[in-house]
Design a protein around this ligand. Structure first.
Ligand SMILES: Nc1ncnc2c1ncn2[C@@H]1O[C@H](COP(=O)(O)OP(=O)(O)OP(=O)(O)O)[C@@H](O)[C@H]1O
Length: 319
């Protein structure tokens, strides 16, 4: 999504409906209010602060890793979290954590962005790679098995790579840039797939509290369009190319559907999240159990944690 697509200009000469002093510069995607840039920054940042406080996401003194892909969501997350940490004295030690999946022309370029963010925001960066952890890059795997289910596997491996990186950094929490659109999309996908186990946990703002490193989503209620707008107006340095392997067509359909709904009724995104949150499973329903990998003990509901040849074997078998 490009910034030009989301910055809707209000009629000339209109005043900001929040401060009533400056000229309105944009139409806020979430509420359609016509406001000035300064008020947009303020409401955007303070809403995220509200989510952090209301959900008690952090405790003073905690070490927190930001999953940094170089994309707009995690770049804005790194920027806003460091601002809020200073402004509201959260007392957090923040780090950037990147996973290098080994995708030439995609991750190598986005990692360059994260390296610049490391300097721009003064946050220490740790990079972990599939090559070091599993013995294979995604490029090598795709070369061998072709374009089959790559996103599904890559997602499982990335999740575990983030856990390992977070353990190396000795952090208390890991935050990711999943935004409101991502969560609404996941709610919808889980309904379409009839996956009630995932439906019941996909709206949680914090997950993995029983595991070694809980994960939080401070952007749970933040609209993608507003993230793009914020990054554009603040001129943040981010990377905006899609991954070159296997676009996920089913997820893409859910995304388009939600974007259509948003055009008619912006609240639709929050309403879908709310429906997911309020969803209850009857106690008599049999749920699949989330297990741990027999090899290394990491949480794994589907596959054993990959290691060198085993990774490839599972991809070939499941592809
Ligand atoms: N390679 C990676 N290294 C570290 N964190 C990652 C990586 N890929 C994804 N993440 C984390 O997971 C979140 C959701 O990832 P997803 O692939 O859905 O990307 P996205 O919605 O395009 O986000 P972004 O704009 O930050 O790339 C990201 O915001 C980031 O926090």
């Amino acid at each position: 999504m490009e910034a030009e697509e989301v910055v809707a200009k209000p009629p000339k000469g209109r005043f900001c409906t929040i401060c009533n002093q400056r000229r309105a510069a944009l139409k806020r995607p979430k509420t359609l209010e016509q406001i000035c840039r300064e008020c947009f920054y303020a409401v955007f940042e303070e809403e995220i602060h509200g989510v952090i406080v209301d959900n008690q996401l952090f405790k003073p003194g905690e070490r927190v890793a930001i999953g940094a892909s170089g994309g707009k969501d995690s770049t804005v997350l790194a920027y806003v979290l460091s601002e809020l940490n200073r402004r509201h004295n959260y007392g957090l030690d923040l780090f950037l954590l990147s996973v290098d999946e080994g995708i030439t022309g995609y991750r190598d370029d986005s990692l360059e962005t994260v390296k610049r963010n490391e300097i721009q925001y003064g946050l220490p960066l740790k990079v972990v790679s599939y090559k070091d952890l599993y013995g294979w890059t995604m490029d090598e795997i795709v070369k061998l098995i072709g374009l089959k289910n790559n996103c599904t596997f890559c997602g499982v491996f990335r999740r575990q790579a983030l856990d390992r990186g977070a353990t190396l950094l000795k952090v208390d929490k890991l935050v990711t840039g999943h935004n409101a659109d991502d969560i609404a999309e996941t709610v919808l996908l889980n309904i379409l797939r009839g996956d009630i186990a995932r439906l019941s946990r996909c709206t949680s703002i914090t997950t993995g509290e029983d595991g070694p490193i809980p994960r939080c989503k401070p952007f749970k209620y933040t609209y993608e369009k507003e993230i793009v707008m914020y990054a554009y107006f603040k001129r943040l340095d981010y990377f905006s190319t899609e991954c070159i392997y296997s676009p996920n067509a089913y997820r893409g359909f859910a995304r388009e559907f939600i974007k259509d709904l948003e055009r008619i009724r912006p609240r639709a995104i929050l309403d879908i999240i709310k429906s997911g949150e309020d969803f209850r499973i009857s106690t008599s329903t049999k749920m699949p159990e989330q297990g741990n990998c027999e090899r290394c003990g990491y949480i794994s509901s589907q596959f054993s944690v990959p290691s060198s040849d085993f990774l490839l074997l599972s991809m070939v078998l499941f592809a």
